[in-house]
Every structure is written in structure tokens, then in C-alpha cells.
Design a protein around this ligand. Structure first.
Ligand SMILES: [Zn+2]
Length: 202
């Protein structure tokens, strides 16, 4: 299958952004876009930072077809998100500060203005099987109906949006908010201002 050049270039562009910002390990993470009753998703084992046209796999959203064998290991989570939400693009990656906070908190509250304005709270799912689609395909879509980003404890995040660029924005805002929260916790000093407590004013 030859992928539309414009879509491929968008996969390649956003994949490189994720890689350069250290939001994935070399072969980690995946992303997809919805096209009607089908989705285009990264091939299993391909590097997001160095994508080629043959690394994009077309899969049915309505039924599980044979492409599942070569698609990303999380492809069934992407499929479930498209079946149960209005999102048209999904990014899954492993931002280190967000994942680190998921190991010590039950939800991530953005305390910086940018993070609080855009995401407010970032929910954390505690799954027995944090990797793979078995539980994530059930629980992640439900959360993405109400949030832009959801964290699977100890693993990574799923971000849903209308476009890959928008989903990428939520990924970076999430990791920025997590990093700020993480660094302020490290200082051990009390917060002089916590904008998460000012939500009602916005
Ligand atoms: Zn992952």
C-alpha cells in the first residue's frame, strides 16, 4: 500500500519531533490517524524518529484484520480510541517525567499556568498489564472522552486530538507540566503559587 505523501510527511515530521525531544526510546512509541472506517498506524518495530512510507500500516477500525500482525503492539488501543471517541489522531509515547510522577501520584495536577490552562489534571490509570492492549484498549478510550491526555502508570501516555500536530502539542504540554511539578517537588520548598487552585477563575 502506498501511503498518501502528505500524510506520510506528517507522520515523519511529528515522529522526528517526538524523538528529538526525548519523548520516546529509539523504537518506542507509536501514532495513528483516522481516515473514515480505517486508520493509519505505525508499523511494529519501526523508529518514530526515522519513518519510511512502508512503516505506515492501514488497518480497519470496524474489524480486526491481518494487519494487526505487523502494526504497532498498541494498535488495538488506537483502534478502540477511534471506535469510542471523536479523536482523529492519537500519539502514544513515554515522557520520562510524566511516567516518573505516575509512580508516586494518583493524578498529575499541573501547577504551572500553561499546563493548568490546557490540561488542568492528567488522569493516571493503574493497570495490571501496563504494556499491551489487553487492559489499555478497555480503559484508555473512556478517559480520552473527557481528557486530552491519559497516563498508564509506569508505561506512558496516550494523547487524542483532531490532528497529529495537536496531539503532539498535548504531549509536550503534559511533559512540560510534569517536569515543572517534578522539579518543584525536588526543591522540597512550599509552593508560593499553585495555579491549579485557581481553576474557577479561568
Ligand atoms: Zn509504550
Amino acid at each position: 500500500m502506498s501511503v498518501d505523501e502528505e500524510i506520510f510527511q506528517e507522520f515523519r515530521r511529528i515522529g522526528q519531533f517526538l524523538d528529538r525531544r526525548g519523548l520516546i526510546s529509539s523504537h518506542g512509541g507509536n501514532m495513528s490517524v483516522r481516515q473514515g472506517k480505517k486508520m493509519l498506524v505505525k508499523r511494529r518495530g519501526a523508529m518514530l524518529g526515522d519513518l519510511h512510507p512502508w512503516d505506515i500500516v492501514e488497518m480497519s477500525i470496524e474489524e480486526i484484520d491481518s494487519k494487526i500482525m505487523i502494526a504497532s503492539t498498541e494498535a488495538l488501543v488506537h483502534r478502540a480510541i477511534y471506535r469510542e471517541t471523536d479523536h482523529l489522531a492519537v500519539i502514544h509515547c513515554h515522557p520520562v517525567h510524566t511516567v516518573a510522577l505516575s509512580l508516586v501520584e494518583d493524578e498529575i495536577t499541573a501547577i504551572d499556568a500553561e499546563g493548568a490552562f490546557n490540561l488542568k489534571r492528567i488522569p493516571i490509570l493503574d493497570l495490571k498489564l501496563p504494556i499491551g492492549p489487553v487492559e489499555s484498549a478497555i480503559h484508555v478510550p473512556k478517559m480520552l472522552n473527557n481528557y486530552k491526555v491519559v497516563v498508564v502508570r509506569s508505561h506512558g501516555i496516550f494523547a487524542g486530538a483532531e490532528t497529529l500536530e495537536e496531539a503532539y502539542n498535548w504531549v509536550t504540554v503534559c511533559e512540560e507540566a510534569s517536569t515543572i511539578r517534578y522539579l518543584t517537588m525536588l526543591t522540597g520548598k512550599p509552593l508560593l503559587r499553585d495555579v491549579s487552585k485557581e481553576f474557577h477563575d479561568w
